[in-house]
Design a protein around this ligand. Structure first.
Ligand code: AMP
Length: 216
């Protein structure tokens, strides 16, 4: 199964991607997570990525594509994967399609988690992530059992730098300008499924599961 999950910042892609990865046994590959790990590790890539991420802008395409193509060439992704946060624009989508075609592969499904724009800022600025394992929560809609502490690994929860309101507004603009056109792109390829991302987390997941099982 080769899947991608699309949606604006705050649509709930990361939360759903973790559940999909566990249920269907495919690696969850998030370019945002890879960049954040590089920032934490203080790598050169991390430094370049941080400058863009802090402004809510995209990291340069070639850098991102190289990184992603190396990752999907790894053993654990040979039979399938779930991409979260990639592709982010038409150039990346075309490069991905060429990369897969070169080895006789293709995407099976593009899952679009749709959420109205007015809800996105509230969802994104209220998001908290575990410093250690990356699990995500929301200060109102998906609270941890103990205030500011991760349920999974008992480490501290923090707000991502790019979840601050001024950055979020730009990320939503970048999504509308660059990423939204991918919906038409994958619709034309006949692999797009629209999921109502404003329902309960469990209902969103059950709709996504149905869509995945219909192409399995
Ligand atoms: P995310 O965790 O997917 O919301 O990504 C956080 C940030 O990482 C984005 O706002 C971008 O700055 C950067 N990023 C993640 N994925 C990509 C991508 N495919 N292309 C360019 N930049 C990306």
């Amino acid at each position: 199964m080769r899947l991608i999950i699309l949606g604006a910042p705050g649509a709930g892609k990361g939360t759903q991607a973790s559940s999909i990865s566990a249920k269907y046994n495919v690696p969850h590959i998030s370019t945002g997570d890879i960049f954040r790990q590089n920032i934490k590790d203080g790598t050169e890539l991390g430094k370049k990525a941080k400058a863009c991420m802090d402004k809510g802008e995209l990291v340069p395409d070639d850098l991102t594509c190289d990184l992603l193509f190396d990752r999907i060439a790894k053993e654990d992704a040979k039979n399938g994967f779930l991409l979260d946060g990639f592709p982010r624009n038409l150039y990346q989508a075309e490069k991905l399609s060429e990369n897969l075609k070169a080895t006789g592969k293709k995407l099976d499904l593009a899952i679009n988690v749709a959420v109205d724009e007015d809800i996105l800022v509230d969802r994104t600025t209220g998001r908290r992530v575990c410093k250690n394992c990356g699990a995500t929560y929301h200060i109102r809609y998906n609270k941890p059992k103990q205030d500011s502490i991760c349920d999974v690994c008992v480490h501290e929860l923090v707000q991502r730098d790019d979840d601050k309101e001024e950055t979020v507004v730009n990320r939503i603009k970048v999504y509308n300008d660059s990423t939204k056109p991918l919906l038409d792109y994958y619709k034309k390829e006949n692999i797009l499924v629209d999921i109502d991302g404003q329902q309960d987390i469990d209902k969103v997941f059950s709709d996504i599961s149905k869509a995945i099982e219909s192409v399995e």
